[in-house]
Design a protein around this ligand. Structure first.
Ligand SMILES: Cc1ncc(COP(=O)(O)O)c(C=O)c1O
Length: 409
């Protein structure tokens, strides 16, 4: 924690302004300056005017509300809320994580910048040599890192995004000044590979990155091997986001050593229930590794996060049993909602199911009626998804509460 004296450090450089005649004049003419004016004597300068124009006008990312805030807003105790809106894992981390954190000895020391022990464990878990692997503060950090490595702001550098999909690809493209070429998915949410190939035929500067989530968020569909091979034949870096791989079994991490232009991203947020700890990892072509190591924040994965993720891999059998329980809930979900003719679920290979809601019921309305019963699900305002809801799979008890609420609607 900074002391209050240290917090005032940013003001000190103003002392140098004493040699600025404009500053001296103002001080003599108006000795009764308000504290604000003293802190900012050059009245005509507003730092906000210096912000990168593309960021000044950028729409903010809408994160989910913290659990406690949400509970307070709904007037319910957190334990009374069924939270099925963010694809989190309702079983929580392996108990060994809490023990390992309680035993942690070196929280006062900066973490290992290479996350070496954790990467050893990931190498074992993925069956991939450690040299290919980098850990990050969530897969989110690694997405941003790729933008920073490849995109030069203010140039024509572009990326291909396949909406509807995970919002961070667009968010990081906007933050990093990349032009986004959107190639919408087909009505069944399959990637439009033909259209992507045409983009590469047409563009003088090929897009630098191509993002595909598999399973895709929000529908849970998987990119086929054939389609992935066609994408890998394009002159771009293909970023395959396998955040939900454990729920689908489709694993393309083993492809990384065989393709110079494939990155596979993963996370501990879903299968290991560590969303709050922020740990993810990626497998990258070896040619990129030294550059990624150069530009990443040195201490990007905290000591606590490295400990928690390593302990989770040690407990993988228990955690993967819980993953199986969530997959089972996904199967049950299709049976249970088949009786509502106003709800059409899409096939999913993940820990959530996207459903289209009939017009007379309205997705926003269904979401509100569930909120009134303490059940949170995801609803969309993005074009093409406004009549959809996404339900994350919960514990057996949480799902029963959902079904009895749906029966009442
Ligand atoms: C497709 C996809 N990738 C990545 C993430 C984020 O992963 P992390 O929590 O490791 O940043 C999410 C989170 O919802 C996601 O849906």
């Amino acid at each position: 924690m900074q002391s209050s004296a240290a917090a005032f450090q940013p003001c000190l450089p103003l002392l140098h302004l004493n040699s600025n005649p404009r500053y001296t004049m103002r001080r003599r003419a108006r000795p009764q300056l308000s504290p604000k004016a003293v802190l900012n004597p050059v009245q005509s300068f507003s730092p906000e005017d210096s912000i990168r124009p593309s960021l000044k006008d950028m729409a903010p990312y809408t994160p989910i509300l913290p659990y406690e805030v949400l509970a307070q807003k709904l007037g319910r105790h957190p334990s009374d809320i069924v939270k099925l809106d963010a694809n989190e894992n309702p079983f929580g981390p392996a108990p060994a994580v809490a023990t390992a954190l309680a035993d942690a000895k070196y929280l006062h020391i900066y973490p290992d910048p290479e996350s070496s022990s954790l990467r050893d464990a990931i190498a074992q878990y993925t069956n991939l040599p450690k040299e290919y692997i980098m850990a990050g503060a969530g897969a989110d950090e690694l997405i941003d890192l790729l933008f920073r490595l490849f995109v030069t702001p203010g140039t024509d550098d572009s990326i291909v995004n396949c909406p509807p999909t995970f919002g961070m690809y667009k968010f990081d493209a906007d933050v990093n000044g990349a032009r986004i070429i959107n190639v919408s998915r087909h009505p069944d949410f399959a990637v439009d590979v033909d259209a992507i190939e045409r983009i590469f035929d047409e563009q003088r500067n090929p897009p630098k990155l191509l993002f595909v989530a598999s399973p895709n968020n929000p529908d849970g569909g998987v990119l086929s091997d054939d389609h992935l091979k066609r994408l890998l034949a394009l002159p771009t870096l293909v970023v395959l986001d396998e955040a939900y791989f454990e729920f689908s079994g489709h694993n393309r991490m083993a492809w990384v050593p065989h393709y110079d232009n494939l990155v596979v991203l993963r996370t501990f947020s879903k299968w290991a229930a560590l969303a709050g700890m922020r740990v993810g990892y990626g497998a990258f072509p070896l040619s990129l590794m030294k550059h990624l190591w150069k530009i990443k924040q040195p201490y990007n994965v905290s000591v606590a996060s490295q400990i928690a993720a390593t302990a989770s891999i040690e407990q993988k059998r228990d955690l993967l049993d819980k993953v199986d329980r969530l997959i089972k809930q996904r199967h049950i979900f299709y049976d249970r909602v088949a009786k509502y003719d106003w709800l059409l679920p899409y096939p999913s290979q993940s820990n959530y199911v996207l459903c289209r809601v009939s017009e007379d019921r309205g997705a926003a309305q269904i979401r509100q009626q569930l909120i009134d019963r303490g059940i949170l699900i995801r609803y969309y305002t993005t074009p093409g998804l406004t009549d959809c809801i996404r339900v994350s799979m919960g514990t057996e008890a949480q799902m029963e509460r959902l079904y009895s609420a749906l029966d009442q609607l």
